[in-house]
Design a protein. Sequence first.
Length: 217
Amino acid sequence: MPEPVLILVKITLAVVLGGIVGWQREAHDRPAGLRTHILVCVGSAVYTLASMGFGPASDPARVAAQVATGMGFLGAGTIIRHGNVVRGLTTAASLWAVAAIGLCVGLGGKALWVAAIATAVVLLTLSALRRVETRVLTRARLARLTLRLTGGVDRMAEVENLLAAQRVTVELVEVAGSGPGDVQEMQLRVELPSGCDLPTLARALSTLEGLVSLRCE
């Protein structure tokens, strides 16, 4: 196969494989979607192709190492932290995996099989294993809530009912102090069910009448 045609085939394959993973991320409205994953996969393939064209003295392994390092900066841009809840780690990992797929496409030969199999595994992990993690591997997480609320302890039943609606279990309640009037500060240690995060819980608690302040951690 003529070299220009081979290069075109490899770049097209990088677009397809990167797009498959990017489409899955786009469908779930993640920070890095279709275009980002395609660009990462194509960029990795092009860097690899360029390194292989430098002649016998070139070392494609060094280029691969630099691509992997560079992906750390791009992946960090997709990670967002809300209190002690971190989002975007899976998308950052998918970008890192797509970069590796692009490197395999650039190498060609038997590495193309690696790229194809890796794409299938990544897609399976992002889609099928997500359902397994949500439905089977139910993991409860502990959190601490600090509320300053008018009525304080006298309205504890109302607070517990609201938390119960979110399937949150209250493990411990402490009265930390009193504010002006009948405002009381309470600290609650709660257990969050799978699928409930702190931003969602904070939005639910913000509907409480007489809520002065709220901290979730």
